[in-house]
Write a protein that binds this ligand. Structure first.
Ligand code: PLP
Length: 471
């Protein structure tokens, strides 16, 4: 899997570099391992967004999330442009901010004309604070609290209603009159369980019948009839999401066709809906053998399926929404760690430890996810060692990468793990009371801090020591 030079030397980091933009201007970020601006400079050093990675670590500390603005913006543009090219009706791409929600990222997505999908009051608050227009925010979750529903209604965002309990709570809220804007009727969509299986990890599969998300497809008639009679609710459309890190296109085509059937069924029940949200789910390349479709191919497949189904059902084209997370942001970010101790167990394994682990990237221990890494200060060294990259947590399972093929490493080397933009910072914890890492945004040789590193003081900010326990 590691490229071999004509000299027979196995080449390490440089093999993961994306194609140069001059030769392949339309690289789809989700099909690359490194951000699109990644280069090797001074023979051995990795540069991203025009910034030297080892210098960034000296300046901002380690571990460090490094987010490449150009790669993120390109992915946003590719989604947006593909809808314009392949869909004849109106469309709106939303960024599924559960992948990584913070002020700077919401602001970048919004500046690329994307809306934001949020999954809690906290994500909604962040998007609003980032200046995102509430008309372009959609709130999800299978158990929104009354407070979250009230907050969302007041903010004017769209609520993707997941179940009967929520529907009835929203009606109560609307009937009582939302404070300040008494006549506002909640703008909603209905999330339905499509019963479509796809090949991905069971924890990130959501479309199968046995899922905690969405209304049961067997009660659609009852649901549509009920909602059609609620004049206090402004129900505009339907939503479904089948799962994440999906490489096949057929499940998404099937979903698109099914959702058009639902539109027709809703109309028969007196509910005239004009929007369909097909969710997210497009996978990315984490390792060499991963082969996801490009952003353009994915969008094209969905647009074609919706248009064909609408033609055959003789229905007008709905406003089409989708909400990708991973494929928009994962490849744009890498995490830089400093290598520390190592342990050689002869004929068994060599552990090389880094200064982070399951607290900044819980995906390997949660989903057995696989990653690739390079050494940022040894990009042109030969890969001669197979090692296990261990995190620093008190947990044997805290292994970031099994069998990483790397040059010989020493304490102080900078290990860069690729594809960490999605579900890393957003799922980070303070396990073992490790302060959360910092994140920088890099572009054109400039680095801006977007998430400050937590301090030990931050760790005890919410602690309270009752008087009687004081020593
Ligand atoms: N929409 C919903 C409802 C989700 O649950 C998720 C992720 O789980 C997404 C969108 C984003 O999925 P992905 O990051 O795979 O694009």
């Amino acid at each position: 899997m590691v490229s071999t030079h004509p000299t027979g030397v196995q080449h390490s980091g440089s093999q993961y570099l994306p194609p140069s933009r001059s030769t392949e201007a339309n690289a789809s970020p989700n099909q690359e391992l490194l951000p699109l601006t990644a280069r090797v400079h001074h023979h051995d050093f990795l540069q991203i967004g025009g910034c030297d990675v080892t210098t960034l670590v000296k300046q901002f500390g380690s571990p460090l999330y490094i987010l490449d603005e150009e790669t993120l913006r390109l992915a946003c543009q590719q989604y947006r442009d593909a809808f314009k090219q392949y869909y004849k009706g109106e469309s709106q791409v939303l960024y599924a901010s559960k992948a990584w929600n913070c002020l700077a990222i919401c602001a970048i997505a919004a500046s690329e004309a994307l809306g934001i999908d949020v999954a809690s009051g906290g994500e909604l608050y962040t998007a609003l604070q980032a200046g995102v227009n509430p008309e372009k925010i959609y709130l999800h979750s299978n158990n929104k609290s009354r407070e979250e529903l009230l907050f969302a209604t007041e903010s004017g965002c769209t609520i993707v209603v997941d179940n009967w309990h929520e529907l009835k709570t929203l009606i109560e809220i609307a009937e009582k009159g939302v404070p300040l804007t008494a006549s506002l009727s909640p703008r909603i969509m209905l999330r339905l369980t499509p019963g479509i299986e796809c090949h991905t990890h069971e924890y990130i599969r959501t479309g199968q019948i046995d899922s905690k998300f969405g209304f049961d497809p067997n009660e659609l008639k009852e649901l549509f009839t009920f909602v059609s009679k609620q004049s206090i609710l402004n129900c505009v459309g339907l939503h479904a999401h089948i799962g994440s890190q999906i490489f096949e296109r057929q499940p998404h085509r099937d979903l698109a066709a099914l959702m058009v059937d639902w539109l027709r069924d809703a109309l028969k029940c007196g509910l005239n809906l004009t929007e369909l949200n097909v969710g997210g789910g497009l996978g990315i390349k984490y390792i060499e053998s991963d082969d996801p479709p490009s952003i353009e191919e994915w969008v094209k497949a969905i647009c074609e399926a919706i248009q064909e189904a609408c033609t055959s059902e003789n229905l007008p084209l709905p406003k089409l929404l989708c909400e990708p997370g991973r494929s928009l942001i994962a490849t744009a970010c890498v995490t830089a760690y400093t290598i520390g101790s190592s342990k050689v167990i002869p004929e068994i394994r060599t552990y090389v430890a880094i200064d982070g682990g399951m607290s900044d990237n819980p995906r390997p221990i949660t989903y057995q996810s696989v990653y690739r890494a390079v050494v940022a200060n040894k990009m042109s060294f030969a890969s001669t060692e197979t090692v296990t990259i261990a995190g620093k947590h008190c947990e044997s399972g805290d292994i970031l990468i099994h069998n990483a093929l790397l040059p010989k490493t020493e304490p102080g080397d900078i290990l860069v793990v690729m594809g960490t933009g999605a579900y890393n910072y957003s799922m980070a914890s303070n396990y073992n009371r490790l302060p959360r890492s910092a994140a920088v945004l890099v572009a054109n040789g400039e680095a801006n801090l977007i998430l400050q590193r937590e301090t030990y003081q931050d760790l005890i900010r919410q602690d309270r020591l009752p008087e009687r326990l004081k020593i």
